[in-house]
Design a protein around this ligand. Structure first.
Ligand code: 13P
Length: 252
């Protein structure tokens, strides 16, 4: 059985005390839920990762970073390396998010190097892919995602690729309030799984967790997660409110 996961990408939100409060609220909610069929990952801004690790020790959630340097150490002012994250016991890292692609000009080659450095340091990448609106409107969405996968992650050997989590995040759905329909999500997730099967074999394809992200909330999560190839979600805005995020976790 492949793992079901709900991850919260907090992006660049929350002050220190707000972050602390939200982490405790989520930890309290998880304790009451006694939820064990879904893995919960919180990805706060890097400055709060140590606090998140401390709070997670008394809770059942895991901690992920939102970004990672392609370099392991050295003169790269402002960057945070994979060994640094590993030394804090960070288990996951979002890599290839469309906001990093758009605002920080990250391309598939750079993203591929970040994925590799994370895996070599025992950090599980949550690799994001997804098309922009004109690509979907032109009917090219499947081809676009195929290219992203081929350039950034299908270069990995099977033993490394099987450590990945994939997140399909159609860019037109991120932060817009317009989510992919369950059918649109299922079409893409099944396609991604078929591509993985052709490249790495059915065993790896079957055990791969593929998350959906983009305006996923407590109202639409149930329908999205009920699709056979949607194994949970990568949640942005709705992960910033404990009650809503906990409801999404319960929708898996
Ligand atoms: P929203 O849930 O705010 O649309 O963001 C999705 C996302 O980008 C998660 O990484």
């Amino acid at each position: 059985m492949r793992e079901k996961i709900v991850a919260g990408n907090w992006k660049m939100n929350k002050t220190f005390t707000e972050a602390e409060e939200l982490m405790h609220q989520i930890a309290d909610g998880l304790e009451q839920m006694e939820e064990d069929k879904v893995g919960v990952i919180l990805c706060p801004p890097a400055i709060y990762l140590e606090m998140a690790i401390d709070i997670s020790e008394e809770s059942s959630f895991f901690v992920g970073a939102q970004n990672i340097s392609e370099h392991e150490s050295g003169a790269y002012t402002g960057e945070i390396s994979a060994p640094m994250l590993a030394s804090l016991n960070i288990d996951y890292c979002i890599i290839g998010h469309s906001e990093r692609r758009k605002y920080f000009e990250e391309n598939d080659e750079l993203i591929g190097r970040k994925v590799a450095v994370a895996i070599h340091n025992n950090i599980t990448p949550i690799y994001c892919c997804g098309e922009v609106l004109p690509e979907r409107q032109a009917g090219n969405h499947l081809e676009v995602v195929k290219m992203q996968l081929e350039k950034a992650v299908f270069i990995l050997p099977p033993s490394e690729f099987s450590n990945l989590i994939i997140a399909y995040e159609p860019v037109w759905a991120i932060g817009t309030g317009v989510n992919a329909t369950p059918e649109q999500a299922q079409e893409m997730h099944a396609y991604i799984r078929r591509l993985i099967g052709a490249k790495y074999g059915q065993d790896i394809a079957h055990q791969m967790t593929i998350l959906y992200g983009g305006s996923c909330n407590a109202s639409n999560a149930g329908a999205l997660f009920s699709q056979p190839d949607v194994d949970g979600g990568l949640i942005g805005g709705a992960s910033l409110k404990a009650e809503e995020f906990l409801k999404i976790i319960q929708s898996v």
